[in-house]
Structure formats: structure tokens, C-alpha cells
Design a protein around this ligand. Structure first.
Ligand code: ARG
Length: 588
């Protein structure tokens, strides 16, 4: 919680205690920033609940709270409105001190968790020997933004890239590579990943004899056959290198050492089954070993089993996830595990997390959030084409993530060349990368993640609206003021804030929400809230800039106070975009 919010709450609670007795002092003051200056800067909406408790009319309750409220050094105006809302207008002095405090704080007011909790965040998780596609864009970009946000609120984060690096598909991949004469000892790359996959799949779908050999290869792989493992390793290493180039282009913070693929858990799987067996949880269903927990039902309303071992002895995706969660909770000592995976896997995650809690393998967090391990599923919808169907190439193939990055950058480059032809070519290229990738990420992050969204180049690259280019441009514009005024941005330190004009007030009020929004995103795991915040911030900044001259302010004191506002806005934009994984540029 940011300081201002805390100050407001304690003032209102003190008023409630004074008016109605200390037994009501813990009433939730329900204070929100108001969305219209007509209703003050903040609204307290506690008179309804309190009125009910006291058996009194909310309006009268509100009047009495206001009469008891100490406004000194905080409010310039307090008003009761409607059925009992309390509209609070802050005095200019409060706004100025709060802005100074925010400006002096390296975290821009964001409260730091103490003690820090360990958050394990499972994101990206592409599959070996397959191209990363637009679905992985979502997990990668959302997960990265959330990891950065946890970091910003002072948590300790452990990134885990749960690569799909094990499973029966390796039978066909390895068989085909060996047939083609691939020699793992020669140290060559298995070749272009899509081709490796497609070639094998084609044979798998058409040659019964190949299918049988692929199946035998799986057995060999599981038995640890040397040659088979060597080809597998070559595939994994090559894929990891490839993923890393994509991560670097995307500017996400996930590192090669964060990769802990499914194979990592192989030798823990028998232990999972043993323990289930010992604890009497293992049931048989059509030859397979299954577990029941919670009240998941299948389509016919029958209890839905989770298969943990197939009839042939093979383990499943779910078995691995049980082992992975145990590793995270008990070895990595996570207080919280966050799964950033597409919504179709919600039931899967719900099932194994329910199981782990129900069997007591992982402690449930208590209601205060302390103790136990909190496990959150962070699902997301699909990316759609303009036809509202899954986003695909014209020929119906999945779109490679690298192709999207290429196109984003080249589109951004032509837009920039048109807008600012004087930018030196090298800088233009750098700016285009930031703007292009930024636009791609922002379009993904700014929509409510659980919903599907329509992929639209023109909209994401537009210079106005809730887009990365608009925010980046707003930032660059502030930087240009400093250049024009010959004020060094990096070393600038605000002397004093002095809000007066309505547009200045509106801007400061938005700035003061920064910490609360960041803390809220860490709680709700919804990065689009930060996007909305930044968009509103930039909008208010532009209004301020139109109405309040900065470099040509009427006197030096006003100029310096307005520069302070510009500077703080730029920092909030830079930090906020940074949390979304988007780098600012000084000019564009
Ligand atoms: N590799 C999986 C996929 O592409 C995602 C893995 C997500 N993480 C997990 N712990 N299951 O669908």
C-alpha cells in the first residue's frame, strides 16, 4: 500500500472512532481515487456499511464522520454526496509533499515486501524441436512482465522454463535423424527445427514400419541407450540455443540456466507413484494408474481421474507436474508458484494443485496469505486473426514467433523513417527494434489476459491510443523538453513541486497511483492494469503539456516545478514500461 492511501485511511478511521466509538475504528474506509474531479480526488465509501451496522441512515453517518474528520494538512475540501459518499479533495501542499517523496524514492513509492517471499514462476515453456509460435509469445511476455513486477515489489523470484524436452515424440524425431545419417558425435546441428519435426511427422503418419521403429526408439531413450540419448541431447541443446536467440530478440529476462525441462524430473517420477501407492491414492482404470482428488467430473458427470502412469508403464505430463511442484515447494522453498500457461490447461493445473493440497504434500496457504505455498494459475486466451479464428498464416500454418518479430521491426522502421527522417540510420534501427518489439508485447499485455485478442498490426503500431508507440513517444517527448531546455535528464533532481493548474493536479494524482497499481498487478497478476494506468498517465501528461508551458513558464520557480513533474512522469513511464519488458528510447 502506498503512503498516501495509508494516511487517508488512518485519518478516516480516526474520524469514525471519534464519531462512533473506538469499537468501529477498524471499519474499512473503502477509499478509491475518484474518476471525476467533480467528486474530489478520492472517495470514501464507508457510510453504507457502517450505517447498516449502526442502524442509521448512511447520509447521517457520513455527515458525522465529516464533522469529526481532521482535515488539517491533508484536505482542502470534504463533502458528502449522494446517499453518503465522502468526497475528499487533497490540498496542494499534500500533493506536493507526496510527489516529492515519490520522486526521492528509488522505487517510486512501491512498497518492498518484508520479508521477501520466494516466487517460482513457470513461463514460456516451449517444446524442443518445435518452433516457438504465437502461443509461446503470450506465456513468455506475460510471465516476464509478472516476474519483473514481483521483483519490483521486493520478492525473490525463481524463473523456471518447463521445456517440453521429453516424451514419445522423440521416438520419431530421433529415428528419422538417425535414418538420415545424423551423427551426434560429429557435433553438428540436427538442422532447422521445423524441418526436423515435419520430416519425422510425415513419415510417422505414412509409414507403419517407421511408427514401430519410433516406438522402439522411445523404449531405448527411456532405458538410457547412449546413442539415442546423444541425439536427444543434440536436439535439446540446439533448441535451447534457438529459444535463447528468440528471448534475446524479445528482450525477456529468462536465461538458459532457468531451463529445467520435463526431463529433469524423470528420476523423481517413480517416487511420486510409490508415494501415491503407499498412501493408498493409486487406483486402476483401464490398466492405467490414476488418482482422484477434488470433485472434477468428466462429461458424463463421473469423477474425472488424473492418469499418472499408462498401462505400458509410461509416465505423463501430469506426473511430471506433480514432481515439479514438489521440487519447487520443497527444494526451491517457494512461498508461491505461478503457472503462466494457456487457458486450455487450466483444468490440468487445477487438478494437480488440488491433489497436492488435498493429499497434504504441499501445505495450503492460510487465509492471511502466510504459511503454505500459494499456487496460482495464470491463464490466457488465444491470439486471433482478423477473421476471429486462430491466428494462422494464409496457408493455415502456425505463425512463427520470429516472423512476427521481424515484421514488427520492419513495420516500425518504416513508420519511424516517415515520422522522423532525420534520425541517423543506426539509431533508427535501434529505435525500430524497441518500438516494434514493444508494440508486439504491449498489444499482448494490454488486453485482459484471460480473453482472446485479435492480432492487428495497424492498431498495435498506432501512435495514438493505448499502444506502446504512444507511450514511448510520450516518454521521448519529455526527453526532448530536457534537451531543448538544456537540462541534463540523468542528473536532474526535483527541487520542489508546486501544483496549481487543474491539469497539474490531475497529473500528480495519477502519478501518485503508480505504487498502488504496481502492487495491485503483483496481487491480481493482471498486467493490463498497468497498461491502462500508463495510458491514462500519458494522456494526462499530454493535457498538462498543452495547458501548462514548461520551458516558457512565467517564472523560474514554475518552470522548475513543471520540469519536476515532467521528470517524474518520464520516470514512471520508464519504470512502468520496464515492468512490461519494454525499453524506452530517448528519441523517435
Ligand atoms: N510445454 C507446455 C506447452 O507448450 C507448457 C508447459 C507449462 N508448464 C507446466 N508446468 N505444465 O503446452
Amino acid at each position: 500500500m502506498n503512503d498516501l492511501q495509508a494516511i487517508l485511511e488512518s485519518r478516516l478511521q480516526a474520524a469514525v472512532a471519534k464519531a462512533f466509538g473506538s469499537e468501529h475504528a477498524d471499519a474499512d474506509p473503502a477509499i478509491r481515487p475518484s474518476n471525476n474531479p467533480k467528486f474530489g480526488d478520492y472517495q470514501a465509501n464507508l457510510a453504507m456499511a457502517l450505517g447498516k451496522k449502526l442502524g442509521r441512515k448512511p447520509r447521517d453517518v457520513a455527515d458525522e464522520i465529516v464533522a469529526a474528520l481532521d482535515s488539517v494538512g491533508l484536505f482542502s475540501q470534504v463533502e458528502v454526496a449522494g446517499p453518503g459518499f465522502i468526497n475528499l479533495t487533497l490540498d496542494a501542499e499534500t500533493l506536493n509533499t507526496q510527489a516529492s517523496a515519490m520522486s526521492a524514492d528509488a522505487h517510486l513509492g512501491v512498497a518492498q515486501a518484508d520479508p521477501a517471499q520466494t516466487v517460482v514462476i513457470d513461463y514460456s515453456a516451449p517444446n524442443v524441436a518445435k518452433e516457438m509460435h504465437v502461443g509461446h509469445l503470450r506465456s513468455t511476455v506475460i510471465g516476464d512482465a509478472l516476474a519483473r513486477t514481483f521483483d519490483a515489489v521486493g520478492q525473490k523470484i525463481i524463473r523456471q522454463n518447463h521445456l517440453g524436452d521429453w516424451g514419445t515424440q522423440f521416438g520419431m524425431l530421433i529415428t528419422n535423424l538417425l535414418d538420415q545419417g545424423f551423427d551426434p558425435a560429429a557435433g553438428n546441428s540436427p538442422g532447422e527445427l521445423t524441418k526436423v519435426y515435419k520430416d519425422a511427422k510425415l513419415r510417422f503418419d505414412n509409414e507403419p514400419d517407421f511408427v514401430e521403429r519410433a516406438r522402439q526408439r522411445v523404449v531405448k531413450l527411456q532405458a538410457g541407450d547412449e546413442e539415442t540419448l546423444a541425439v536427444w541431447k543434440a536436439l535439446v541443446e540446439d533448441s535451447k540455443k534457438y529459444f535463447d536467440t528468440v528471448y534475446q530478440r524479445l528482450g525477456v529476462l529468462i536465461q538458459p540456466e532457468d531451463a529445467k525441462g520435463e526431463s529433469f524430473y524423470n528420476d523423481r517420477l517413480p517416487g511420486v507413484i510409490d508415494r501415491l501407492e503407499k498412501e493408498g491414492r493409486l487406483k486402476k482404470s483401464q490398466g492405467a494408474d490414476v488418482v482422484y482428488a477434488g470433485d472434477f467430473k468428466d462429461r458424463d458427470g463421473e469423477p474425472l481421474p488424473m492418469i499418472v502412469r499408462k498401462a505400458d508403464g509410461g509416465y505423463l505430463y501430469a506426473t511430471t507436474d506433480l514432481a515439479a511442484a514438489m521440487h519447487r515447494a520443497h527444494d526451491l522453498k517457494a512461498n508461491r508458484i505461478v503457472y503462466v500457461i494457456g487457458s486450455p490447461q487450466k483444468q490440468h493445473v487445477d487438478m494437480f494443485t488440488t491433489m497436492l493440497y488435498e493429499f497434504g504434500w504441499i501445505d495450503r496457504p492460510d487465509s492471511s496469505g502466510g504459511g503454505g505455498v500459494r499456487m496460482d494459475f495464470v491463464g490466457f486466451g488465444s491470439v486471433l486473426g482478423k477473421d476471429k479464428k486462430m491466428f494462422k498464416t494464409r496457408s493455415g500454418e502456425t505463425i512463427r514467433l520470429v516472423d512476427l518479430i521481424d515484421e514488427a521491426e520492419s513495420r516500425a522502421e518504416s513508420a519511424i523513417a516517415e515520422k522522423n527522417p532525420d534520425l541517423p540510420p543506426e539509431e533508427r534501427k535501434r529505435v525500430a527494434e524497441a518500438v516494434g518489439v514493444g508494440a508486439l508485447k504491449y498489444a499482448d499485455l494490454s488486453s485482459d489476459r484471460v480473453k482472446d485478442y485479435v492480432f492487428d498490426w495497424d492498431r498495435m503500431l498506432a501512435l495514438d491510443g493505448n499502444t506502446a508507440p504512444y507511450l514511448l513517444y510520450s516518454y521521448a517527448r519529455i526527453r526532448s523538453i530536457f534537451r531543448k531546455g538544456e537540462v541534463d535528464f540523468a542528473s536532474f533532481a526535483a527541487e520542489a513541486f508546486a501544483v496549481g493548474e487543474p491539469a497539474e493536479r490531475a497529473l500528480v494524482l495519477q502519478l501518485l497511483q503508480f505504487a498502488g497499481v504496481v502492487e495491485n498487478v503483483a496481487e491480481t497478476l493482471e498486467p493490463h492494469r498497468l497498461c491502462n494506468y500508463l495510458y491514462e498517465l500519458a494522456t494526462r501528461y499530454h493535457r498538462f503539456f498543452e495547458q501548462c508551458p514548461v520551458l516558457r513558464a512565467e517564472d523560474e520557480a514554475t518552470k522548475s516545478a513543471r520540469l519536476a513533474l515532467c521528470h517524474l512522469t518520464a520516470r514512471a513511464l520508464e519504470r512502468g514500461l520496464g515492468l512490461l519488458g519494454i525499453n524506452v528510447v530517448e528519441r523517435m
